[in-house]
Design a protein. Structure first.
Length: 255
């Protein structure tokens, strides 16, 4: 099974001056903080050992563009730390942020031989890098990995549909609430606490770009949510949400 046959998705290639270190077999994978997440969770220890032999660890500094839109899609990555922003560009230099991806996300599934968008590290990012050829060999050997990658592709499709709804129909308040609640589910999964604490490495300008709003509108909306007691803001991009369920209600347009 080729990677191209799975679906279109997010893709990265390694630029110059990125720090690369070889994997130390399964030991590095077995102690990895994302062992139980993403594609690695589909494999047992023996299978993971073989996957580790196909991987190279990569560290990318903040602000570094990871891929140029249209460059060859010959590598794939599993994020083990940090946050990456994905974007589409126009010939005149304008660009639209299409998503933020973090720990446990697999990047690089594509139907063509070239990446369809650009990507940039927001903070320091650590990745496991796979060549297309080696990953396709591993996929052929482990059907469970193929199924997991199909799930990743399906999740990307759902996220794209949600983003179309957000940009096409939701109010500014609903968009900001959707973004905040999306960050909560990304961090906590199904085990959402009564009070959620979030840290945002991205700038308010990046958030505004992603939501299709101006920075001023995002700032006013966040201030409004704070006045309502729906969030509290702290230093260094920190936000506390005392009632995630209320935020979800706003995000869904029910309030």
């Amino acid at each position: 099974m080729s990677v191209s046959a799975l679906t279109a998705g997010n893709s990265l290639s390694v630029p110059k001056r990125i720090v690369i270190a070889g994997m130390e077999g399964c030991r590095a994978c077995s102690v990895c903080e994302v062992r139980a997440h993403g594609i690695c969770s589909a494999l047992n220890d023996d299978e993971l050992s073989q996957l580790a032999q196909a991987a190279v660890r990569v560290t990318i500094p903040p602000g570094r563009q990871l891929i140029e839109e249209g460059s060859p899609a010959d590598e794939f990555f599993n994020i083990t730390a940090g946050t990456v922003k994905l974007f589409k560009s126009l010939p005149d230099g304008r660009r639209q942020i299409t998503g933020f991806v973090g720990i446990g996300h697999f990047l690089g599934l594509a139907v063509s031989d070239r990446y369809a968008f650009g990507a940039e590290a927001i903070d320091q990012v650590r990745l496991c890098r796979f060549s297309r050829e080696r990953l396709e060999t591993v996929i052929d050997e482990f059907p469970r990995l193929e199924r997991r990658l199909r799930n990743e592709a399906a999740n990307e499709l759902v996220a794209a549909q949600d983003q179309m709804l957000l940009l096409g129909r939701k109010t500014a308040r609903e968009r900001v609430a959707s973004f905040l609640y999306g960050q909560i589910t990304e961090l906590y999964g199904d085990d959402i606490p009564q009070t959620a604490k979030l840290h945002f490495p991205m700038t308010r300008a990046d958030i505004a770009d992603f939501l299709g709003l101006t920075v001023e509108t995002v700032s006013r909306t966040i201030s409004g949510l704070r006045r309502e007691g729906l969030i509290t803001t702290g230093a260094s991009h920190e936000i506390t949400v005392p009632s995630p369920s209320r935020l979800r209600t706003i995000a869904s347009g029910e309030e």
